[in-house]
Ligand binder design. Structure first.
Ligand code: PLP
Length: 412
């Protein structure tokens, strides 16, 4: 077996340098914990970027993967498999939408949804009905289509020209929304809670206004629930919190408990824009991923995990809120369920490394936001451990920030 430094060196030599990894190699996991190559234990408050909602090595997930891998892993979409239709039925019934398409990632779910709304727009109003209204600060993925609706310059830079026909508006700006949405709009695309944007929830009023504008102009309302959906907020769909139903919802991350699977669900009316040959995938909707996704949904129910997300999430929120009161470098706490964050007024990267040293995994988004996307198995005692680590790190950072201010004042 390779040593940690051999693993690092090999990656440095052979991988495209897309990732700035933290100095940590992980070997295995169990429940809410991960273990490095020396066997050191880490509390996982990130769950593989919002993926491992059932933690690691859940016995029922391990069992169905074993069983299905021994039966058949992949079949393509030339043939029927037992699980794709059942998963579609389950998701459609739960969401109130009519049809599903399965892809392999969140980005692909977004790409498919964009194709669908453009095709439906053309059917409804000719080629002019193709404008997509997207949101500043949003993140929808890394392909050219997904980047074309991602409202953060840092992700788009260097990749021009991106597909056009997109107009960006301010998050939660009803005024912008009314000015942008017109009869040439084929879709409005919104994350009900922006994830990469810093765990920022939409306002109910904004989502309602988007619903009304979409209906008025015969456009589709797309919710990107890739990060906030599938139970992370304590409801299966984040839109349930807002009481606003989209025409399309995009899903991925936790949906197959760690296997790559993305999906978008649509109304019957929109589905009419697609016919065989217009869209497809080799891997998407395979029997292994779909069976595991069905098991994921069954486990959420059997183990009452959504209730746990609500209960422990509220406890987490309460404790993060106390950090805002206690530390002046903590500006705000935001989030719901197992999607939480604190915004600092100092760079947050050092906190991630400090937390790793203390056996806790968290991450940073937007430079100053510490983000937590824990598994739904999280209990109050795990929150306590995370908060203890954060307090320790915040205390040190606050002292340093004060000393720096003093030094600057003296120098000035
Ligand atoms: C809201 C949102 N949409 C789309 C994506 C892209 O998903 P993926 O990385 O699975 O392609 C992400 C990933 O972080 C996301 O958070």
């Amino acid at each position: 077996m390779s040593t940690y430094s051999e693993i690092v060196e090999r990656e440095k030599q052979y991988l495209l340098p897309t990732y700035a990894r933290y100095p940590l190699g992980l070997e295995r996991g169990k429940g809410v914990y991960l273990y490095d190559f020396e066997g050191k234990k880490y509390l996982d408050l990130l769950s593989g970027l919002g993926v491992n909602a059932l933690g690691h090595a859940h016995p029922r997930i391990v069992k169905v993967i074993r069983e299905q891998a021994a039966k058949v892993i992949h079949l393509s979409n030339l043939y029927y498999n037992e699980y794709q239709g059942s998963l579609a039925e389950k998701l459609c019934t739960a969401s109130g939408l009519a049809r599903a398409f399965f892809a392999n990632s969140g980005t692909e779910a977004i790409e498919g949804a964009l194709k669908l709304v453009r095709a439906a727009g053309h059917d409804r109003g000719g080629e002019r009905k193709s404008k997509v209204v997207a949101i500043d600060g949003s993140f929808h993925g890394r392909t050219l289509g997904a980047l074309s609706i991602t409202g953060q310059p840092k992700y788009r830079k260097n990749f021009d020209p991106l597909p056009g026909g997109v107009q960006f508006i301010g998050y939660n700006s009803i005024e912008d929304l009314h000015a942008a949405v017109d009869d040439e709009t084929c879709a409005i695309v919104i994350e009900p809670i922006q994830g990469e944007g810093g765990v920022r929830p939409a306002s109910v009023e904004f989502l309602r206004a988007a619903r009304e504008a979409a209906t008025r102009h015969n456009a589709a309302l797309i919710f990107d629930e890739i990060q906030c959906g599938m139970g992370r907020t304590g409801r299966l769909f984040a839109f349930e919190h807002f009481g606003v139903k989209p025409d399309v919802v995009c899903l991925a991350k936790p949906i197959a408990a760690g296997l790559p699977l993305g999906a978008f669900l649509v109304t019957e009316e929109l589905a009419a824009a697609i016919s065989p040959g217009k869209h497809g995938t080799t891997f998407g909707g395979g029997p292994l991923a779909c069976r595991v996704a069905l098991e994921y949904l069954a486990i959420l129910e059997d183990e009452k995990r959504l209730e746990q997300v609500q209960r422990v999430g509220a406890y987490f929120t309460q404790h993060l809120q106390q950090l805002v009161e206690k530390f002046e470098i903590v500006v705000e706490a935001r989030g719901v369920g197992m999607m939480q964050a604190i915004e600092l007024n100092v760079p947050a990267k050092g906190f991630v490394e400090g937390a790793i040293a203390d056996g806790v995994l968290i991450n940073v988004t937007q430079e100053k936001v510490l983000r937590f996307l824990p598994p739904f198995l999280l209990e109050e005692k795990h929150v306590d451990k995370g908060i203890k680590t954060l307090k320790k790190l915040l205390k040190t950072a606050q002292k340093e920030a004060k000393a720096e201010r003093k030094a600057t004042a003296v120098a000035g």
